[in-house]
Design a protein around this ligand. Structure first.
Ligand code: HEM
Length: 404
């Protein structure tokens, strides 16, 4: 077995991507070596990067050995602000501090509930496309489509008025930037708390079917399971986790379908049949959550021949794992007819994504509809001019200028 001391060379994390359509080369090299390797993060600490599909599943399943608690010593934080910003939120907790809260949220995000939103999503998508068609070209599809759809959908799920979407988006965008100064993160966090707090307060006298209303009226006031502040924190989390992620995926998926006309033709030949597998394949291919999941080891454990000691941090690299050649045939190829559904783009284990059903339906609706209505959609710039944000928690496009 290898010990920690033998792994001394630790590249800076987030890792550099040489090709925007592939995982970072170092992550692939580490994966192919078969063992976890150390990387160096912003504060000089050197957590382990796990890159193999089987090892990530091992780590994320062993909740007694690898904790999600962001306040524990050795947790590989994204900034000094992280324990303050996220320390009290269930998704950075374990066991009894995680599961009961997850159970409170689950009913709003079941496959059935998300499926029921499909007609409304189709309506919103069509409305956005109607607007696109009136705009002067080129149009930035990130701002006017990819971001607009999930923002409206998550605001509707929560019961936040549509007019608030810009403020909501600006604050939450800051929270996922890894390099933003700490004071700005604190300010964005407080602004978001204040906005959601006001809405939640109002839901006491004006209840509706949204999640914020249910949280405050049922889980705070009726059952006393949450404090008001905890409920506000959940609303903030759902907003933060719920639109930037899906927006990046919608943008990246459009780009992939523009680049690969053969895949686009398959999708459009029978959207009802291919949209679900297209979504799973895009999730695998892009794996846009690129700096998570993170954990801290709480009991010495061997992973891939390396002894990981209690107190050492872990970062899972989903992009490398979802192209693991031991799991996926022709892993580098985008193939929307692929039948293996083993990707871990939504995570794995008890912390697996709460909003995955909602995101799936949004993508299933958005991609076919866009290309059906604008068949000649194409890039308005050279592909090499596209700018990707590589340093954020989620990978994605800064803009997607298109024309038709
Ligand atoms: C394409 C879109 C999305 C991707 C790729 C994605 C990815 C992920 C991943 C990888 C995790 C696991 C994190 C970990 O284990 O530490 C996660 C957890 C989570 N996601 Fe998503 N997500 C997406 C959309 C959403 C949406 C729409 C919501 C809104 C409800 C959401 C809410 C959450 C929450 C609350 C958690 C924490 C769950 C827990 O700890 O129990 N996500 N997501």
């Amino acid at each position: 077995m290898t010990t920690a001391q033998e792994h001394v060379s630790a590249p800076d994390f987030p890792l550099h991507r040489g090709c925007p359509f592939a995982p970072p080369e170092k992550a692939v090299e580490f994966r192919d070596s078969g063992a976890p390797h150390r990387v160096q993060i912003w504060n000089g600490s050197t957590p382990w990067l796990i890159t193999r599909h089987d090892q990530i599943r091992q780590v994320l399943s062993a909740t007694d050995r690898f904790a999600a608690d962001v306040t524990l010593p050795g947790f590989p934080n994204t900034s000094d602000a992280q324990p303050f910003v996220e320390g009290g939120i269930f998704f950075r907790k374990d066991g009894d501090e995680h599961l009961p809260v997850r159970r409170i949220l689950n009913p709003d995000f079941t496959a059935k509930r998300s499926e029921a939103l499909r007609p409304r999503m189709a309506e919103l998508t069509d409305k956005l496309i109607d607007d696109l068609l009136t705009m002067p070209r080129p149009v930035d599809l990130i701002e006017h489509f990819a971001l607009a759809l999930p923002t409206v959908v998550i605001c509707e799920v929560l019961g936040v008025p549509y007019e608030e979407r810009h403020a909501v988006h600006e604050s939450s965008k800051k929270l996922v930037q890894l390099e933003l100064p700490q004071e700005e993160k604190h300010a964005a966090h407080e602004a978001m708390f204040a906005t959601i707090g006001e809405h939640m307060q109002r839901k006491r006298s004006e209840p509706d079917n949204g999640l914020l209303s249910r949280l405050v009226n049922t889980h705070v006031d009726e059952r006393g399971e949450l404090t008001f502040q905890e409920a506000v924190g959940l609303g903030v989390l759902v907003i933060g986790a719920g639109h930037e992620t899906t927006a990046n995926m919608i943008g990246l998926g459009i780009l992939a379908l523009i680049r690969e006309p053969g895949q686009r033709e398959i999708l459009l030949s029978d959207p009802a049949k291919y949209a679900p597998s297209c979504v799973e394949e895009m999730m695998r291919y892009w794996s846009m959550v690129q700096t998570e999941p993170r954990r801290v080891c709480v009991q010495d454990t061997e992973v891939g021949g390396v002894l990981i000691r209690a107190g050492e941090g872990i970062i899972c690299n989903l992009p490398a794992a979802n192209r693991d050649p031991e799991v996926f045939i022709e892993a580098e190829q985008l193939d929307i007819t692929r039948v293996e559904r083993k990707h871990i783009g939504f995570g794995f284990g008890v912390h697996q994504c709460l909003g995955q059903n909602l995101s799936r339906v949004e993508m299933q609706v958005a991609w076919p509809r866009l290309f059906q209505r604008i068949p000649d959609l194409r890039l308005a710039v050279e592909e090499s001019e596209l700018r990707f944000h590589n340093k954020a928690l989620t990978y994605g496009l800064e803009e997607l200028p298109v024309t038709w």
